[in-house]
Design a protein around this ligand. Structure first.
Ligand SMILES: [Zn+2]
Length: 265
């Protein structure tokens, strides 16, 4: 396992353990070590994987182009060596993360369509809203398990009521967040269509992405098949972050029609 990949996880584990031993010196040390690991790995990873203009001139051009058309003047771009995806984060400044494999798989126009979609997320600061809602819906649950229950008896009526109410807020909260995320995805698809040559570029990119992910999947074992049940259960309670492929493809075509009618006026 790559140490770079797990260093933020180690940081979070240290903070988590440190929080539970908070009253003694080991807990405090762990907490500080965890925070240091997180900050160090953030600084190291963001420098190491920063987009190299000479290595990826086409991507650099795409970014320059889209920065102009979205009127964004500073976007940090990271080329991530793991996974197959692209992310847009705007908590502090605007950061775009594109994985290496995704870059290798897509042609110029498809890549531009994907980046145009991510730029829409950046422009609207979609990640800020999502993070705020995660914190709001998670806060009651964290409060109950860290402070409320230890202060009351663990098996008591107030503990049980507080636990189930906060759990309900958490589950329902994530359902609401995913409902918003689906709308953000459709909105970003629609906006991307306005920034690329043809809406078909985005459709092709999505086909490629979904096919690539399917190709990687092997036939599940019997136990594996049973475990896929957890995905269905989670989807049932929490919903999904992305619309179904069919919905996206149809929506993109619809956006293409709107663009064509705007251009013909
Ligand atoms: Zn998206």
């Amino acid at each position: 396992m790559n140490i770079l990949r797990v260093s933020p996880v180690i940081g979070f584990i240290c903070i988590f353990l440190g929080n539970y031993f908070f009253n003694d010196i080991i807990g405090k040390c762990l907490l500080i070590i965890g925070i240091i690991i997180l900050i160090a790995s953030y600084i190291y990873l963001t420098r190491k994987f920063l987009l190299d203009r000479k290595k990826y001139p086409e991507l650099f051009n795409i970014i320059q182009d889209l920065m102009k058309s979205y009127s964004l003047d500073r976007v940090k771009v990271l080329i991530w060596p793991f996974g197959f995806n692209a992310f847009a984060i705007s908590f502090y400044g605007d950061t775009l993360i594109v994985t290496k494999e995704l870059l290798e798989e897509m042609n110029y126009n498809e890549m531009k369509a994907i980046i145009a979609h991510e730029f829409s997320h950046l422009y609207h600061r979609d990640s800020v809203l999502v993070l705020a809602l995660v914190l709001i819906f998670l806060a009651p649950f964290l409060f109950v398990i860290t402070f409320f229950i230890p202060k009351n008896q663990i098996i008591s009526l107030p503990s049980a009521i507080a636990f189930f109410i906060s759990l309900f807020i958490l589950i329902y909260g994530f359902k609401i967040i995913n409902w918003i995320k689906i709308d953000q995805e459709l909105g970003s698809d629609r906006e991307a269509v306005l920034h690329v040559n043809s809406y078909k570029d985005l459709q092709n990119a999505l086909f490629k992405m979904y096919n690539y992910i399917d190709r990687k999947k092997r036939r599940p074992t019997r136990v594996g098949a049973i475990f896929t049940g957890f995905d269905y259960i989670s989807e049932y309670f929490f919903g999904t972050t992305h619309p179904r492929l069919k919905e996206r493809i149809e929506h993109i075509e619809f956006a293409g029609k709107i663009r064509a009618s705007m251009e013909s006026q």
